[in-house]
Design a protein around this ligand. Structure first.
Ligand SMILES: CC(C)(COP(=O)(O)OP(=O)(O)OC[C@H]1O[C@@H](n2cnc3c(N)ncnc32)[C@H](O)[C@@H]1OP(=O)(O)O)[C@@H](O)C(=O)NCCC(=O)NCCS
Length: 167
């Protein structure tokens, strides 16, 4: 079965697994954060034409990754917007191109919504994003950790290949 991408809004039954990933990967480190908070916050991502949106990767009926597009993500950098965030693929599915497909799916939705510049920040995955067209923009800190802010200038030249499901 080919791997495809879709909006979480089209498959809201996958919200609990996406929330679980986000909670355990990131939110758990924030004092007072709970899985219920994350589930509640993700309800606002169940839309298609306004930010925030959430993209998921699917292998048949199984959800195998996620990424989001949101207006703000990094405190102190409110001048930059919007942001690619929460890119996550479960460990057993990594290094198969799913993360790349999720990033590209978010880029395509950004273009659809008229967005021309997209940002992200990463503590340790600069090489992954550089390899797929992102450029380093500036460096800063997040939660006392050094991070690189990266930018993707989106063009309208999206090829049909980028819209095909990955296999
Ligand atoms: C970062 C993350 C999303 C990447 O997901 P992924 O599905 O493994 O991504 P891809 O498979 O597209 O690419 C990952 C690597 O596998 C390589 N790869 C892609 N397809 C491959 C294949 N068929 N065989 C072998 N390697 C492959 C890519 O070249 C890339 O190499 P790199 O690690 O040198 O950059 C994933 O590791 C993850 O969820 N990490 C935890 C959360 C996280 O850190 N998110 C990023 C926050 S900034």
């Amino acid at each position: 079965m080919p791997i495809t991408t879709a909006l979480l809004a089209e498959y809201p039954t996958h919200l609990p697994i996406v929330a679980d990933w986000i909670f355990h990967q990131w939110a758990i480190r924030k004092p007072g954060a709970t899985l219920e908070n994350v589930i509640e916050r993700l309800q606002s991502h169940l839309q298609t034409n306004e930010l925030p949106i959430m993209v998921i990767a699917l292998d048949g009926a199984q959800c195998i990754g996620t990424a989001s597009l949101r207006s703000s993500d990094l405190q102190g950098h409110e001048d930059l917007s919007p942001w690619l965030a929460s890119v996550y693929v479960p460990e057993e599915r990594r290094r198969m191109g799913i993360g790349t497909a999720l990033v590209q799916a978010v880029e395509i939705h950004a273009i659809r919504l008229g967005i021309r510049n997209l940002y992200l920040f990463t503590p340790d995955r600069e090489d992954f994003y550089s390899a797929i067209g992102w450029e380093s923009y500036t460096t800063t800190t997040h939660d006392d950790q050094p991070v690189v802010v990266m930018r993707r200038q989106l063009s309208l030249n999206i090829t049909s290949a980028q819209l095909e499901p990955i296999s």
